[in-house]
Design a protein around this ligand. Structure first.
Ligand SMILES: [Zn+2]
Length: 92
């Protein structure tokens, strides 16, 4: 299992009006009714709760917002953002 690059908690900030949609174990207050969210940590917890072995989950924890020369980011560039694609497969 691989979790690819995504926006990280350094840059993914939400306001308290949508806070109820996020797991409280994966956000922290930042400033002025805003919170930083760890989406990859939340995804990992969900996968482990679903029965995946944590040791088998690899994570590329690069921030797509910060690394603007490497990745596209809708949050950074809005509708002008490029698109990233992923390929999923399974082997035994
Ligand atoms: Zn960042």
């Amino acid at each position: 299992m691989l979790i690819g690059p995504s926006i990280q908690s350094c840059c993914f900030e939400i306001k308290d009006d949508v806070l109820e949609h996020f797991d409280s174990n994966h956000y922290n207050p930042s400033s002025n009714d805003k919170y930083k969210v760890d989406l990859q940590g939340w995804a990992i917890d969900q996968l482990v709760c679903s029965g995946l072995d944590r040791e088998k989950i690899n994570v590329i924890n690069k921030c797509t917002y910060c690394l603007d020369t490497l990745y596209h980011s809708y949050r950074r560039n809005g509708t002008n953002a490029g698109r990233m694609y992923a390929l999923a497969g399974w082997s035994n």
